[in-house]
Design a binder for this molecule. Structure first.
Ligand SMILES: [Zn+2]
Ligand SMILES: [Zn+2]
Length: 345
């Protein structure tokens, strides 16, 4: 939705305390965080940020978590999604079916969350094309395909979505959330900034996580120049002046600018390693670079390893540092200034 709800105050009140429900997640980056907004006054709406994977166990955990705050799933008025991934959007359809909640998501992720068949067909075709280009061998490719197929149910039921875009202002559970588009890990990934007691804070999904570096390249194959987009998003986080952010997994991050810069450093270092692989071994396809970086891979990492290698090779190709010949990438020049490909620290 765009702009304020009719009749809502011009300036929203702050989110006094961020309330969190943690949901199990056997597949991805560890426990998922669902944030609970509003619902405290008789006529105040109840909102959730993100929704967890669609399994019976997580639904039961969400019900129990809401019950601790005195709510049921049927009480939810709005669900705001940080991005389309199953561990964030999975339960949105079931919540909507039980509560008639409005489900908000960035326009770029709307068709996937809605469960539109054409959007998913396109996505699956893109997967096959990339797995081919990346030269993932038949064995691991079959393992990855059965992994993806066996987890397809986690995406949940189709959703009637209400799209938003960068700069929109959402009125959720009595709070004003300002949409900040932060693509890279996913095309529609967004943060939601709000006033807290001591300054601006934000819900940020998987843009920055406290422990892991969010995957870029494999996590959303639709993102064009994914590492460049992600670098820009990390700079935006570093410059936003948020004093704390609430990620999609694990605990709040109290120095988000510093965390964003640490992740930038990590990618600068990884780019250096990719250049080293090419200078040591000569032209390589994506799978070979991934093997040099990460060794043998299992499960979802068969996607995320080469995805990450591809994101870096693609970044180097855009900069003219490497050249693509068929499915192989080769260094154009041995004197590579990796620092120039990233923002100054
Ligand atoms: Zn994600
Ligand atoms: Zn996630």
């Amino acid at each position: 939705m765009t702009g304020d709800r009719p009749g809502s105050p011009d300036d929203g009140h702050e989110v006094a305390t961020v309330r969190r429900i943690q949901l199990g997640n056997t597949v991805f980056e560890g426990l998922n965080d669902v944030y609970v907004l509003g619902g405290t006054g008789a006529d105040e709406r109840l909102g959730l940020v993100d929704a967890g994977v669609s399994t019976q166990e997580t639904r039961a955990e969400l019900e129990a978590g809401l019950a601790e705050y005195g709510y049921a799933i049927a009480d939810v008025d709005d669900v705001v999604l940080t991005h389309w991934h199953a561990d964030h959007a999975g339960l949105a359809g079931e919540i909507q079916a039980a509560s008639d909640a409005t489900v908000h998501v960035h326009a770029a992720d709307a068709s996937l969350v809605a469960g539109e068949e054409t959007a998913w067909d396109r996505y699956h075709a893109l997967e096959e094309r990339r797995f081919e280009e990346w030269r993932i061998p038949d064995g691991p490719r079959g393992e990855l395909r059965s992994f993806l197929d066996s987890h397809a149910g986690a995406q949940g039921e189709p959703v009637d979505v209400t799209p938003f875009t960068d700069g929109d202002r959402l009125w959720i559970g009595g709070s004003v959330l300002d949409v900040v588009h932060l693509p890279g890990h996913a095309a529609g990934l967004c943060g939601f900034a709000f006033d807290a007691a001591e300054g601006r804070e934000a819900f940020v999904g998987d843009v920055v996580l406290p422990k892991y570096t969010p995957n870029v390249g494999g996590a959303d194959l639709r993102v064009d120049a994914p590492l460049q987009r992600y670098v820009e998003s990390l700079e935006r986080v570093a410059d936003a002046g948020w004093r704390r952010v609430w990620p999609g997994h694990r605990d709040a991050i109290d120095a988000p600018a510093e965390r964003a810069r640490t992740i930038l450093d990590h990618h600068r270092e990884r780019t250096r390693r990719v250049v080293d692989v090419l200078s040591t071994h000569g032209p390589c396809d994506v799978w070979t670079v991934s093997a040099h970086l990460f060794g043998g891979l299992e499960g979802i990492h068969i996607l995320h390893g080469p995805g990450e290698a591809w994101a870096h090779l693609d970044h180097l190709a855009h900069a003219g540092v490497v050249e693509r010949d068929g499915d192989a990438y080769a260094l154009v020049d041995t004197d590579v200034r990796v620092d120039s490909l990233f923002p100054a620290r």
